[in-house]
Design a protein around this ligand. Sequence first.
Ligand code: SF4
Length: 96
Amino acid sequence: MKTTRRTFVIQSVLGAGALASMGAAQAAMVDEKDPQATALSYVADASKSPKAKPGQACEHCALFQGKAGDAAGACALFAGKQVAAKGWCSAFAKKA
Ligand code: SF4
């Protein structure tokens, strides 16, 4: 009985840890030095890119999948990662 309960507790802790790491992996931000990010001139702060025009930012891009007000969200071009709402890349396409 004691062993069963102990095993259950250990499995629960391991399961919670696995779920937590899955959540963390899902929330990983795109690194500006990532090869794909470099190829697209991605920056986490649009104001720091000489190529971004005023008003252009991920939060106003058609490919941004975050909700209004989110600090970050998924982008169709960076599968499994998140881009900053204030970020920018050369594939920017204004939201309709
Ligand atoms: S495609 Fe749009 S949402 Fe994705 S990184 Fe570029 S500007 Fe941001």
